[in-house]
Design a protein around this ligand. Structure first.
Ligand SMILES: Nc1ncnc2c1ncn2[C@@H]1O[C@H](COP(=O)(O)OP(=O)(O)OP(=O)(O)O)[C@@H](O)[C@H]1O
Ligand SMILES: [Mg+2]
Length: 306
């Protein structure tokens, strides 16, 4: 069974003076159980709108969304979901411990198990020391970490996280990436939005790119990175006096008997063949690729202009 299934999801908001905002222009997307999916898009692309529709917090103008085969208009569909909203805000006179206990009770977790889970998640999110303090005294990053802690407490199968790394310092970001990788190792499904490509590159199996309310790319991260290979920088061991070319490729630079060549993908086999025939030692082959950020930026430029 699919974890999340979105079909023809369309959302129009009414703005001021009878204006209409088309936030989502008909999105189709299927997220399978056990996958980590990155929903990547620039500001205003429609990421939070999609997530709110999937969480049943907004109603679609057209189209449907299902969680584990159940339409999201049924509250029951969210039983197995941990949800982190964008800019979470809590009853700030409660402490993190009290809030986690409240969330756990909503999911009817038995009290001894809840105490154990609460301790686990508060420690995991580095909130243990602060757990008894009212949240109004928490920093932005601490509030974000409470937001994540409350998604974990009932150990759901699906995690829907709207910008989970937002507002966190590098240590917090690394912690969240680690948590997502742990969830993945335990076979959980994580669907998270971000506009930071590095977050996706490090943890996701698949990525969907949304621009101006439309899904403009959907692929395995691995495929995108592989298709981005443009060439190789190859280091050969050659005496400094040897400045010959191989397969028509000239020397780029030379230092201390190491000669560097830039070899486009199309010339790789011919270049290596000639190097081998000449019995020359290859010291290093470095792949030159467009990364996910280049891919994302070119998609955003193309689709913003259209
Ligand atoms: N309640 C609303 N009323 C009117 N327009 C809205 C409403 N909510 C969102 N929008 C519009 O819908 C579009 C998509 O907004 P959304 O919040 O989904 O973007 P996002 O991808 O989450 O952006 P960000 O990265 O800034 O969080 C924007 O043009 C936004 O102005
Ligand atoms: Mg958003």
């Amino acid at each position: 069974m699919n974890a999340i299934e979105i079909a023809g999801l369309y959302k129009q908001f009414s703005g001021k003076r009878m204006t209409k905002v088309e936030a989502l222009k008909g999105i189709d997307l299927t997220i399978t159980a056990g996958e980590v999916f990155g929903f990547l898009g620039p500001n205003g692309a429609g990421k939070s709108t999609t997530i709110k529709l999937v969480m049943g917090l907004l109603r679609p103008t057209a189209g449907t969304a299902q969680i584990m085969g159940m339409d999201v208009s049924q509250a029951e569909s969210r039983r197995h979901v941990g949800y982190l909203p964008e800019n979470p805000a809590f009853y700030d006179y409660l402490s993190a411990e009290e809030y986690i206990a409240f969330v756990g009770s909503q999911f009817k977790i038995e009290s001894r198990l809840l105490a154990q889970r609460s301790e686990e998640v508060l420690k995991r999110l580095d909130l243990w020391e602060a757990r008894k303090r009212p949240m109004r005294g928490y920093s932005k990053g601490m509030v974000q970490r409470v937001g994540l802690a409350q998604t974990l407490v009932h150990d759901p199968a699906i995690y829907i996280l709207d910008e989970p790394m937002s507002g966190l310092d590098p240590i917090g970001r690394a912690l969240v990436k680690d948590i997502i990788l742990d969830l993945k190792a335990r076979g959980k499904c994580v669907f998270f939005s971000t506009h930071i490509t590095d977050d996706v590159e490090k943890v996701c199996d698949r990525v969907g790119v949304i621009v101006k309310g439309s899904l403009v790319a959907l692929d395995l991260v691995e495929n995108i990175l592989r298709s981005g290979v443009e060439g190789y920088v190859i280091h050969l061991q050659l005496p400094d006096t040897d400045t010959r070319s191989f397969a028509g490729i000239n020397l780029l630079r030379q230092t201390n008997s190491v000669s560097e060549f830039y070899v486009p993908c199309s010339s790789f086999n011919a270049f290596m063949g000639e190097v081998n025939r000449n019995g020359i030692d290859v010291i290093l082959v470095e792949t030159k690729r467009r990364d996910l950020e280049d891919f994302f930026l070119s998609l955003v430029h193309t689709n913003r202009e259209s």
